[in-house]
Design a protein around this ligand. Sequence first.
Ligand SMILES: [Zn+2]
Length: 153
Amino acid sequence: MVSPRDDKLTTKIEDLRNSLGEKTSRKLELDKCNRLVKRLNILSSECEKCYQDFIDLEKHITELADKTDQLTKTDFKQHSQKLESISSHLLKEHKLVSKDYYLSIYMSLGLSIGLIFGLLFDNLSLGLPIGLGIGVAIGAGLDADVKKKGKII
Ligand SMILES: [Zn+2]
């Protein structure tokens, strides 16, 4: 179920992607941008901040689209700050998680534990991969779970 408002902005982002090319689009994280738009649109009926963020993002995308051939470093910086601030609101207030969030946490946790045990038993070549393996298994499991619940940004 996509509302026209959401649809319009998604189209705008796709237009932007077409005129900027793949490389710049990736730099601007337009995929993430699209996902944020969908989230904000769904949440704006119940959250004032999301509502404001949506309008803000809409204005921002329109501005970018107006000057695609003359984007400056400042534009890129502003853009990533905007995405960052929207993401952090979604993470904090709406209990969403970013993609591979648990995987990255448990991978480094697994590595640290593997390191400790590796040092303890004087066998790093065994400790590290076991720690990493367990970390990946737990992290990937949790990620799959939040994905199933539709909690990934
Ligand atoms: Zn919100």
